[in-house]
Design a protein around this ligand. Structure first.
Ligand SMILES: [Zn+2]
Length: 458
């Protein structure tokens, strides 16, 4: 099946066609670096990574950008409260973002552009919009005039007539106009840049538009972000680029749903956030990553310990299965058969990870039955190795290098002998309690047709 993606522009699944044959350009809206990011933020970033890996699975080279917003009201608030410089605050949280992304096996992006490196280009972009009469200066700020964009309302119907004018910014000509450049106010302190319109700073919508223009010449294949960015942020990015470049900013727009906490969106302002590093410490990166990928990206997911525990059992099962094979999985050629095609089709069907995981687990169960009966043949072994490698190319939760790198401690070896004796005497109760003891020491025992088999927990 060719790759299909749900495009927010058409609200339909569409067959993906890249602009150039082999190379796909993607852009995802990135973090605002003023605090530690929570697990809900990482659901979006792991989704970007999933898209990148599925594109690569389909033979595309990818060129990816995720921006870092290091100019923002919330950052300025922290600068004012903590008496630290903007750079001191943003570089700390930028490093934390990069480190945690690495911990969660998110492939590095081709670019992580920062707003502070783009101020000059943002000023000339705003000047271009003014020159073309798509923007106006008011009280030293600059606004985009949405009426000048014939295609405005790509993502939502704004019903301009129903708009509430009670809280209107008097500097705007129309309530729907959005700010491109914010003039300096006292609370900005010493954070400002000089511009032809006075001192101030660029606005968030300007940032992504200018980065896409600079990095990708104003045209990409896929733009992604969290669902709450659809409007106004993505609409406003599109408006600026499309009126100037006279082309579609992006052919496909993908939006990921939220991670919720008791049915409420997880967000710092609501205080219902879960810290990522402590979650990785408690469960391991593999469990957290599998949890984030276990639901379809377009469905809301409620955070729960129960789901994490389920994912923990799933990762253990996959590790146990992988340990049956002694070959070096990394060197296996990816030759696909029917079972693999089903898995690939599920991912190509708008990145349907829950279905792909289900297909992989059915395969594991089938093979485990054969392993228990000692009836697994060479073809099964090869298919299993290919599947493990294919699965990991997307989910990346197995550490192939460490699968067999374990010395069995003497205590465990002795327990295994005692368990064998108890089984010969048909003392199942004792046999089970020895199994528990072995498990508590970090090893699984499996009873197969050829006797007990020991597997190291991950
Ligand atoms: Zn953006």
């Amino acid at each position: 099946m060719s790759l299909k993606l749900y495009n927010s522009l058409s609200s339909k699944k569409e067959i993906f066609k890249s602009i150039s044959d082999k190379r796909v350009k993607t852009y995802g809206c990135g973090p605002t670096v003023y605090n530690h990011l929570h697990i809900g933020n990482y659901r979006t970033f792991v989704f970007y990574d999933l898209l990148n890996r599925v594109l690569q699975m389909n033979g595309y080279e990818t060129e990816t950008a995720v921006n870092i917003t290091d100019i923002d009201d919330k950052i300025i608030d922290r600068v004012n409260h903590e008496k630290l410089s903007l750079k001191e605050i943003t570089s700390k949280y930028e490093s934390s973002f990069i480190e945690l992304s690495e911990s969660l096996k998110i492939l590095p992006n081709s670019y992580n552009p920062k707003a502070t490196d783009y101020v000059e280009l943002m000023i000339s972009h705003i000047q271009d919009l003014l020159n073309e009469d798509f923007a106006y200066v008011s009280n030293e700020s600059v606004y985009f005039s949405v009426d000048k964009d014939q295609s405005y309302e790509r993502f939502v119907n704004l019903k301009k007539d129903d708009m509430d004018f009670s809280d209107v910014n008097p500097d705007k000509k129309f309530i729907g106009d959005f700010v491109l450049w914010k003039s300096w106010t006292e609370k900005d302190g010493n954070i400002f840049w000089d511009s032809p319109w006075g001192k101030g700073r660029p606005a968030w919508h300007t940032e992504c538009a200018v980065m896409i223009k600079d990095l990708f010449n104003g045209q990409i294949d896929i733009h992604c972000g969290g669902v709450d960015l659809k409007f106004p942020h993505h609409e406003n990015e599109c408006a600026q680029v499309e009126v100037l470049c006279k082309n579609f900013l992006s052919n496909y727009w993908l939006h990921a749903e939220h991670l919720t906490m008791d049915d409420i969106k997880m967000s710092k302002s609501l205080g219902n956030v879960i810290n990522v590093s402590s979650l990785i410490e408690d469960y391991g990166y593999d469990v957290v990553r599998l949890f984030l990928l276990s639901a379809h990206y377009r469905t809301k997911v409620s955070f729960s310990q129960k789901k994490l525990e389920e994912c923990k059992k799933m990762t253990e099962k996959i590790n146990r299965f992988a340990k049956n094979f002694t070959s070096d999985i990394k060197s296996i050629d990816l030759k696909f058969s029917n079972e693999h095609d089903l898995f690939i089709d599920a991912l190509n069907d708008d990145l349907n990870t829950p279905e792909a995981i289900g297909i992989f687990f059915s395969f594991i169960s089938e093979m485990n039955k054969k392993i228990a009966k000692n009836s697994i043949n060479d073809s099964d072994k090869e298919k299993s190795l290919v599947f493990l490698k294919l699965f990991n190319s997307i989910f990346d939760i197995l550490d192939f290098g460490n699968l067999h790198n374990h010395k069995i401690p003497k205590e465990v070896q002795d327990l295994l002998v005692s368990r064998q004796e108890s089984r010969e005497k048909q003392d199942w109760k004792l046999s089970d309690s020895i199994r528990d003891k072995i498990e508590s020491l970090g090893w699984y025992v499996e009873d197969t047709a050829s006797g007990q088999k020991l597997l190291k927990k991950k």
